[in-house]
Design a binder for this molecule. Structure first.
Ligand code: VG1
Ligand code: CO
Length: 544
């Protein structure tokens, strides 16, 4: 086995975004592109030499080839042990679980999450630190700095490795372990939730659910856990076979892209509970019969009911939400007398809070919820939490959420995404908003009065690191909010996200339609940012 050092030239565009480096597959396929980034990880994370690396991806197009490349480079860079999911597969939360459980030096996860896959789709790569979480900004910036100056990378010549047979093999001095991608994760779920109780729910035959894996990574996980371990009827998991192009779909679990499962929650044969997950298994959508639970509400309900669940019965230390996520969970934290943190968008900002045990639960409006059991958001975990809760409370999803609103008030919520807009126009729009911030407080917009307006900055309470320009917040005196930010996960042009929230304590008004409640705020938000004149878009691409 011969190690070779390959000369290369630096690329200038390898700065990781909200969640790793994401580009079109064709860009990753360009000579040296993937290799440069991977070598930059080995160059900055020096403890990988002689250490253990976890490796897996969401199975999208180019996953297998990239896994082969990375294993060879790991061997050439002196990694002692590489743990790989069978078939090159690992869901993002399972990778996090395995990185932690085997006390490794970190992991490389190949995924572009909810972005479409296939030869013309997206690909992505990210490094997770030994705590199992996405590398914090200090680490990603160091990797990025290395990509700017890299001149060579190390690899070795070898035939393709058999990724499909569980077992151990060696490549030079490196041991490669091909493991069952599901087993460790399933065991962790069984430790957190009352599987016996959930099984009873299915056994009684009165409760039916559907889980849409969207042809992505959670298929094998959901089939094993829901159908085999918990006894849900065969066929509970739909679109359960992972495909390299996600069946041509957009593996994003929201009302628009997961409409197939949404349709199963209404009509005469409606199921009682339904859910979906995304490309890499970290997102979730929760549905009841004729009822959609917003991710922000889901986080709040989970926090308010954690004491019902085995893994959290000892109490929760605190909660956190990303800044654009609705303030529903803040009210729960207040009631429980625990801290609530507001962090920038992206799971990497929860890591320190979880490690320091300042929080137990956290979530994002973008269909992400999770806890201290791993250091990633976790789609199936959220589904199992809800199932366990339904089994304990013996109420429907709708009843549980409506009761929550009566108790805490309802935070109406909606997000408008303007995808693929001109980057310059998007930057101009944000700059103009920033210029106006100082004048806004105290002013009236429609029937609302601006309470505060700022550009969100975050100081990590654990390590003191500062992250600036994390989105524009405009808060009104009645608790409503408008938030603007540019996406850090897209691969074409810019995506403007506009997040809207309105608080309704009056029980009589909590049943109103979200679109109707949000109408005045939508008008203010689009007008204030001059969206139509600056982007040429009258309507958003997606409303969630
Ligand atoms: C989006 C979401 C963010 C999430 C990120 C990664 O980022 O808004 O909440 O953490 O995707 O999720 P952005 O920068 O495009 O708004 V995933 O499921 O891609 O790992
Ligand atoms: Co994801």
């Amino acid at each position: 086995m011969e190690i070779s050092t390959i000369k290369t030239q630096a690329f200038s565009d390898q700065r990781p975004g909200t969640s790793g480096l994401r580009k079109k597959v064709t860009i990753f396929q360009a000579p040296h592109y993937l290799e440069n980034f991977v070598q930059s990880i080995f160059d900055t994370r020096t403890d990988l030499k002689g250490g253990t690396l976890v490796l897996g991806g969401d199975g999208r197009h180019y996953n297998r080839q990239a896994i082969q490349t990375i294993i060879r480079m790991a061997a050439a860079n002196g990694v002692a042990r590489v743990i790989v999911g069978q078939g090159g597969l690992l869901s993002t939360p399972a990778a996090s679980c395995i990185i932690r459980k085997y006390r490794t030096n970190g992991g490389i996860i190949l995924s572009a999450s909810h972005n479409p896959g296939g030869p013309d789709g997206d690909f992505g790569i990210k490094f997770n630190t030994p705590n199992g979480g996405p590398a914090p900004e200090g680490v990603t910036e160091a990797i990025y700095a290395r990509t700017r100056e890299i001149g060579e990378y190390r690899t070795l010549t070898s035939g393709a490795i058999d990724l499909d047979t569980i077992g151990m093999l060696s490549l030079g001095n490196t041991r490669v372990e091909i493991i069952d991608p599901v087993a460790d994760y399933a065991a962790l779920m069984e430790a957190l939730f009352d599987f016996g109780r959930i099984r009873q729910l299915f056994d009684a035959g009165l409760f039916r659910m559907r889980f849409d894996a969207m042809h992505a990574i959670t298929g094998p996980y959901a089939k094993h856990i829901l159908e085999e371990m918990l006894g849900a009827e065969p066929g509970t998991v739909i679109n359960g076979i992972p495909r390299e192009d996600f069946g041509g779909g957009h593996p994003d679990p929201n009302l628009v892209h997961a409409h197939e499962v949404v349709a199963l929650t209404s009509g005469r044969k409606a199921v009682d509970f339904a859910a979906a997950s995304d490309g890499d298994g970290d997102r979730n959508m929760i549905l009841g019969r004729d009822f959609f639970v917003t991710p922000s509400d889901s986080l709040a309900v989970i926090a308010a009911n954690a004491h019902h669940i085995k893994g959290y019965a000892g109490g929760i230390s605190g909660v956190a939400r990303s800044m654009p996520t609705s303030q529903a969970v803040d009210r729960v934290a207040e009631m429980l007398g625990i801290d609530c943190y507001e962090t920038p968008t992206g799971w990497k900002f929860f890591g320190n809070l979880l490690d320091a045990n300042r929080i137990t639960l956290c979530g994002e409006e973008s269909f992400g919820t999770g806890s201290n059991h791993v250091r990633e958001k976790d789609g199936l975990w959220a589904v199992l939490f809800w199932l366990n809760l339904l089994a304990v409370r013996k109420q429907s999803v709708k009843e549980i959420v409506q009761e929550h609103w009566r108790r805490f008030g309802r935070n109406f919520y909606t997000r408008y995404d303007y995808e693929g807009i001109d980057t310059e126009a998007a930057n101009g729009l944000i700059t103009r908003l920033q210029e106006r911030l100082a004048d806004l407080p105290g002013s009236s917009l429609d029937s609302y009065t601006v309470d505060y307006a700022d550009s969100f900055a975050y100081t990590d309470p654990v390590d003191g690191s500062v992250s600036e320009n994390q989105g524009i917040r405009i808060g009104f005196t009645d608790g409503s909010r408008i938030v603007y930010r540019l996406s850090g996960t897209g691969t074409e042009g810019a995506t403007l996200r506009v997040y809207l929230e309105a608080y309704e304590p009056d029980r009589e008004k909590q049943g109103r339609k979200t679109a109707e409640v949000m109408k005045p705020l939508v008008g203010i938000a689009t007008g204030l940012a001059e969206i139509e004149s600056r982007t040429g878009r009258r309507e958003p691409t997606v409303i969630t």
